[in-house]
Ligand binder design. Structure first.
Ligand SMILES: C[S@@+](CC[C@H](N)C(=O)[O-])C[C@H]1O[C@@H](n2cnc3c(N)ncnc32)[C@H](O)[C@@H]1O
Length: 204
């Protein structure tokens, strides 16, 4: 099954707050984004944003240049509807992050929570890293969150990769300078916990 078919099925059958990765607010992401990019005019892309409230919270904090990308049109539609007329202030992209052609140097900040770890083949990871390297401006910021070394081995029925800061950084290479990393214990709606890793890099 390709990524689009899988994720469409997930979003067609589950409420936004019933999926294991749901949080009312992505507090760690928000704190990192605000630290990395204080100016509200910066261009930010949330890759695999799904139905998360990150875009709502960024708009609320005054960020003016937001893009949400997801392979699932259903997830994008749910988020657009939730935002109402504010959805017009956001750029929406539907497609597979490894396959579409994002504009060169389009973004100051790239955010991904729980997408990169689904890339289980080296070829897909290389395509993703090339996409980041092309789409983020030199000097730009990259925030990636994956399952940590003690995180689950599967998510949403799919095999995932687990990373520590060193192995995640190893996937991205020397142009990506690691600024900081941290781990988070995420409590799922069903009450279990999952270890996430957050890495924040700057592109040289
Ligand atoms: C585990 S969910 C995380 C959603 C959101 N980032 C969050 O933290 O709540 C993974 C998301 O990535 C999207 N996704 C998975 N593979 C993708 C790909 N190759 N390209 C674009 N989006 C993808 C899915 O549709 C889904 O919305």
């Amino acid at each position: 099954m390709d990524a689009k078919t899988h994720w469409e099925k997930v979003y067609a059958t589950k409420a936004p707050d019933a999926v294991s990765w749901y949080r009312a607010h992505l507090e760690t992401s928000l704190a990192l984004i605000e630290r990395a990019a204080e100016a509200r005019s910066v261009s930010i892309i949330d890759v695999g944003g799904g139905e998360s409230t990150l875009v709502d919270d960024l708009l609320h904090r005054g960020y003016e240049n937001l893009t949400v990308l997801d392979v699932s049109p259903t997830a994008i539609e749910v988020t657009r509807k939730r935002l109402g007329s504010d959805a017009e202030r956001v750029h929406w992209l539907v497609g597979d992050v490894g396959e579409m052609e994002l504009e060169r140097d389009a973004y100051d900040l790239w955010h991904d929570r729980a997408v990169f770890h689904f890339l289980t083949t080296p070829a897909r990871r290389v395509a993703y890293v090339q996409q980041v390297a092309r789409a983020v401006k030199p000097g730009g910021h990259v925030i990636i969150s994956t399952f940590g070394p003690e995180g689950p081995t599967k998510c949403s029925g799919l095999e995932v990769m687990r990373y520590d800061a060193e192995s995640l950084h190893g996937e991205f290479g020397g142009r990506f300078r690691l600024v900081e990393s941290s781990k988070e214990l995420h409590e799922t709606p069903s009450g279990t916990t999952q270890q996430f890793l957050y890495c924040y890099c700057r592109i040289e």
